[in-house]
Design a protein around this ligand. Structure first.
Ligand code: SF4
Ligand code: SF4
Length: 481
């Protein structure tokens, strides 16, 4: 593939992309010169023959302007912006044990799966018997001792590597509030044992059924950020049902109104909603419901049939995922924002800041996979230590028990490097290598269906990303920083 790509967006801006400089906004005259050079035109001869004025993109430019931009072109070329050949950096397919240990020491997000129990039986639950991704749920609870052993190990490591930091601790389930006792103990242990320089925030996702006074007071006292799962109004929420199959909507709404009344500031600042988009709701309806009822904008995730056992795939997809319906009812703006979110959710661990998206990546391993623990450490009720909650539990990279903790960084690095070896031949050739958001742990048998060497496909993808950026600059900024 040629490394230079020129993009003209709908709003009339021109961008230059190559593997060294990534995206650069360029002047139309500069773009014109790059195109001429790409076509093999000798620019010195071309300049000699130029008339006093030249029309480019419907605008008239004087010969002096053109000469000015040619000097600019030469300056940028000498400084590698318009490097046409090989990128000046190398992608790598090797992660080292040291990088992984460092990532855990610097990790600023830990999630504890505190229980496998749930008080609901949602029809689309990824932990149901229809999904094969996760180890069978046995209604287990996380013991405090396991959490404590992990935290002791983590604090000892992070106090050496990265004393001063923001640390986010989240609680995950099942329904996490069913093991509120362990949550209370973990919070109290962290508050007592964290370094003075560590700023901790707590969060959890709940179905809202147990948000009652005594639990709420504890959550308020510890400034928890709460995400309540609710799919919209009573009809939209009807896949979320009790174990006996009864609707729970009214019960949850009652709890929500009670939070609003008793803890108005907490309600305003600490409560958000998460909605799963499926065949009974749509983005537009969901936005309208939350806006009118609570003056809030929910986070929206699409129902995912990933991990459904093959016998159930057709049935589940037809029941919960009606793409045409979703597309027809989709609010364009919110749909586009979701695309940005999806893309950038994966990119976020690869960029130091908003500006680095346009500059150089900080991370040069093939694929979009994070270095284990650089995004998060996820501890399951059974004591498996995973790089996040979204990956199959077979990718357990360590274990913590009531007595001990075991993490072998050499083994994890070896395992990752074996995975990278399976993909490297394709990734090094793939046009998406630089903007790849594929997590290697999400691939079926390490076969990547996104692989492409078609320059046109790649140009279209980056063009649509840039156009979204131009349309919603605030959203890009928000997701990246
Ligand atoms: S999905 Fe993959 S890349 Fe993303 S945080 Fe989890 S392990 Fe890392
Ligand atoms: S899209 Fe697939 S093949 Fe291409 S770089 Fe990413 S992981 Fe590799």
């Amino acid at each position: 593939m040629k490394y230079n790509i020129l993009i003209s967006t709908k709003s009339g801006n021109n961008y230059y992309y190559n593997k060294n400089s990534n995206y650069s906004l360029i002047h139309p005259v500069l773009k014109y010169i790059v195109e001429l050079v790409d076509c093999g035109v000798n620019i010195d001869n071309w300049l000699n023959d130029l008339p006093e004025k030249l029309i480019i993109e419907n605008k008239s430019f004087a010969k002096t302007d053109i000469v000015y931009y040619y000097k600019k072109y030469l300056f940028f070329s000498n400084n590698y912006l318009f490097e046409k050949n090989k990128p000046t950096y190398k992608l790598s397919h090797k992660v080292t044990p040291n990088q992984i240990e460092l990532a855990l020491g610097k990790c600023n997000s830990i999630t504890f799966e505190v229980t496998e129990k749930c008080n609901l039986k949602c029809s689309y639950c990824t932990y149901s018997e229809n999904f094969g991704w996760f180890k069978k749920r046995m209604n287990k609870n996380l013991s405090f001792q396991k959490a404590k052993n992990f935290l002791n190990y983590f604090f000892s490591l992070s106090n050496i590597i990265d004393k001063k930091k923001n640390l986010s601790i989240s609680f995950y389930g099942g329904e996490p509030l069913l093991n509120i006792e362990v949550i209370r103990k973990i919070v109290s242990y962290v508050n007592l044992n964290k370094s003075d320089k560590t700023n901790v925030t707590y969060s959890l996702t709940t179905n809202g059924v147990l948000l009652k006074q005594d639990i709420l007071q504890f959550l308020v006292d510890n400034n928890f950020e709460i995400l309540i799962s609710l799919d919209g109004d009573e009809q939209h929420n009807s896949y979320r049902i009790s174990k006996s199959g009864k609707p729970v909507f009214n019960h949850i709404i009652k709890n929500i109104f009670s939070i609003q009344k008793k803890f108005p500031i907490f309600w305003k600042e600490n409560i958000d909603f998460n909605t799963v988009l499926h065949s009974k709701n749509s983005r537009e309806e969901v936005y309208t419901f939350f806006k009118n009822k609570f003056n809030k904008v929910p986070e929206i995730s699409e129902f995912s049939a990933e991990g459904v056992i093959s016998d159930m795939k057709k049935k589940i997809e037809s029941e919960f995922k009606n793409f045409d319906d979703i597309e027809n009812k989709t609010n364009k703006k919110s749909a586009e924002i979701e695309i940005i979110k999806e893309n950038l959710g994966h990119y976020s661990h690869r960029f130091d800041s908003y500006l680095s998206f346009f500059n150089n990546y900080t991370h040069r391993l093939i694929t979009g996979t994070c270095i284990p623990f650089s995004v998060k450490a996820f501890i399951t009720v059974r004591g498996d230590i995973l790089p996040c909650e979204n990956v199959n539990h077979i990718y357990s990279f360590g274990t913590v028990s009531d007595d001990d903790i075991y993490i072998d960084y050499d083994k994890i690095a070896k395992q990752y490097n074996e995975y990278y070896d399976k993909l490297k031949n394709k990734c090094y050739k793939c046009n998406f290598a630089d903007v790849c958001s594929v997590c290697i742990l999400s691939l079926n048998k390490f076969i990547c269906e996104e692989y492409s060497v078609d320059k046109e496909v790649f140009s279209q993808v980056i063009q649509s990303q840039i156009e979204l950026l131009e349309t919603y600059p605030k959203e890009y900024s928000k997701f990246l920083t």
